[in-house]
Design a protein around this ligand. Structure first.
Ligand SMILES: C[S@@+](CC[C@H](N)C(=O)[O-])C[C@H]1O[C@@H](n2cnc3c(N)ncnc32)[C@H](O)[C@@H]1O
Ligand code: SF4
Length: 452
């Protein structure tokens, strides 16, 4: 329980607390005050007191707020570190984009990550690796843009997943959704600078062949030819020859075939309706069309040991895909797992994440983008690895918020990057599929205003 005089930062303080533990049994107070350029943060944890002083002269109100928040979070982090006797691998750094933050800190990144945020050397090395790979195509001038198309339907729900999606066989909204989506795509303007497209979900390939083809055709008609074009095919149980032929016909270049794990027992337990041998056969089928392939894995799946994870990672490497993305299991509201478990214990997760870094880098893959999520096991990260020159530009542009993103579909968030003013304007479409269908004309108009 946290009591603070800075109610505007209470959510941020809880974020720091939850990185350590559930907060059970901890009574925390925080009081922040300021005298000219001196900022004072007083913390008590179950009666034990800590005091901090920072000197700083803000240039404007925005900077003042940013630093007040930072000082509050750092004070709580440092106090909890002492009180609980635990250090975290990402230190006091919260938020989903550590690489973006490192870039904003410029030459001071290593110094500030180490001395202010107390980030561990291995995570600093990871950020440095990613920055190094991104150098070749990172460009913060919003000259390029990306296009996202969301298909929120799946063949069945996986136990851990909280993405907004409906089971396709149980919904009557498909026709209305595809119609609205195509209307939204057709209404987009000025897409000549799009350099990457991502059709994601959900599971886009669980649509009927006709619906799937009509969506890809609408996209193809809007974007320059030769763009990077990803379809998150996802589940091997719904990847078919017909779907792959449609993808080839409309210029898809990259396909995600996602194992999550190669252990059949776990696949059954998490509600994936496919086996590890399905993964392999669909992987080679997709490969035969010449697509680049990404494989998603999740570290820390229910019941899996370090050896189980090592097995999955080694199997993925044997397939030799262009990209491997390693996610850390996280507990999100909306997943079945969240309703059954309060907090994920870290167990072997550190070793799993370390093993994926060492094995993938040994086998010619480099980490090229990374992000963190709240409530991830052991507070660890998700990392995309790629063979040299095979990085997915879309993932980097979106994660680093380097370029404008046109997003279509329920729950899609469009972003206009205004690089000259160092700010981003956003428009989020409704999560609920029925509301999205009913509001599509309003959405089209509001997005026009965002991009005009
Ligand atoms: C938007 S999901 C869609 C993928 C596709 N439908 C599939 O199942 O293969 C993208 C990825 O997020 C990851 N993911 C989903 N829920 C997760 C969770 N709770 N913790 C960690 N990773 C998660 C999975 O690896 C998944 O492949
Ligand atoms: S992991 Fe993929 S298939 Fe499973 S519920 Fe989530 S989006 Fe759907």
């Amino acid at each position: 329980m946290i009591t603070t005089n800075r109610q505007d930062y209470v959510k941020d303080l809880y974020e720091v607390l939850f990185e350590f533990c559930t907060g059970e049994g901890l009574e925390i107070t925080h009081f922040q005050s300021q005298a000219e350029s001196e900022f004072f943060d007083d913390i008590t944890i179950n009666g034990k007191s800590y005091s901090y002083k920072n000197e700083f002269t803000p240039k404007n109100t925005l900077e003042l707020k940013r630093y007040e928040k930072r000082f509050s979070k750092l004070a709580l982090y440092t106090s909890l570190e002492d009180y609980l006797g635990i250090s975290l691998t990402w230190g006091a750094l919260t938020g989903i984009r550590p690489v973006k933050m490192a870039r904003d800190l410029g030459d001071n990144f290593e110094r500030d990550f180490t001395s202010i945020f107390k980030v561990s050397p291995k995570k600093i090395r990871l950020v440095k690796d990613v920055l190094n790979v991104q150098k070749s195509f990172y460009d913060k001038n919003s000259e390029y843009s990306g296009l996202f198309i969301g298909i929120p339907f799946c063949p069945s729900r996986c136990l851990y997943c909280s993405f907004v999606s409906e089971i396709i066989s149980k919904t009557k909204l498909i026709n209305g959704y595809v119609e609205s989506l195509i209307k939204e795509i057709n209404a987009l303007e000025n897409l000549e600078n799009v350099r990457s497209v991502y059709v994601g979900g959900g599971t886009p390939v669980c649509l009927s062949n006709e619906h799937f083809e009509s969506v890809l055709k609408a996209v193809k008609n809007k974007v320059p030819s030769g763009v990077e074009f990803t379809v998150e095919a996802g589940r091997p149980d719904v990847i078919t020859k017909e779907k792959l032929e449609i993808m080839a016909k409309y210029g898809v270049t990259r396909v995600c075939v996602n194992p999550q794990t190669f252990n059949d027992k776990t696949l059954e337990l998490i509600g994936r309706k496919h086996t590890s041998s399905d993964i392999k056969s669909k992987f080679f089928l997709a490969k035969s069309y010449g697509f680049k392939i990404n494989c998603d894995l999740i570290a820390g799946l229910t019941g899996e040991t370090l050896n189980d994870f090592k097995y999955s990672l080694n199997e993925a490497i044997k397939l030799n895909p262009e990209n491997v993305t390693v996610h850390t299991l996280c507990l999100k509201k909306g997943s079945v797992l969240k309703t059954e478990t309060l907090r994920l214990e870290a167990s072997d997760i550190d070793e799993m994440i370390d093993y994926s870094y060492s094995e993938l880098t040994k086998n010619g893959y480099n980490p090229y983008y990374l992000y963190r999520q709240k409530y991830a096991k052991g507070n660890l990260e998700n990392v995309g690895y790629a063979k040299k020159g095979e990085e997915c530009v879309y993932n980097v542009d979106v994660m680093e918020e380097t370029s404008t993103n046109y997003a279509c579909g329920a729950n899609a968030v469009s972003k206009r990057v205004i690089a000259s003013e160092n700010r981003i304007e956003r428009y989020g479409s409704p999560k609920d599929i029925k509301t999205y269908i009913d509001k599509v004309d309003v959405i089209i108009n509001e997005k026009k205003r965002l991009f005009e």
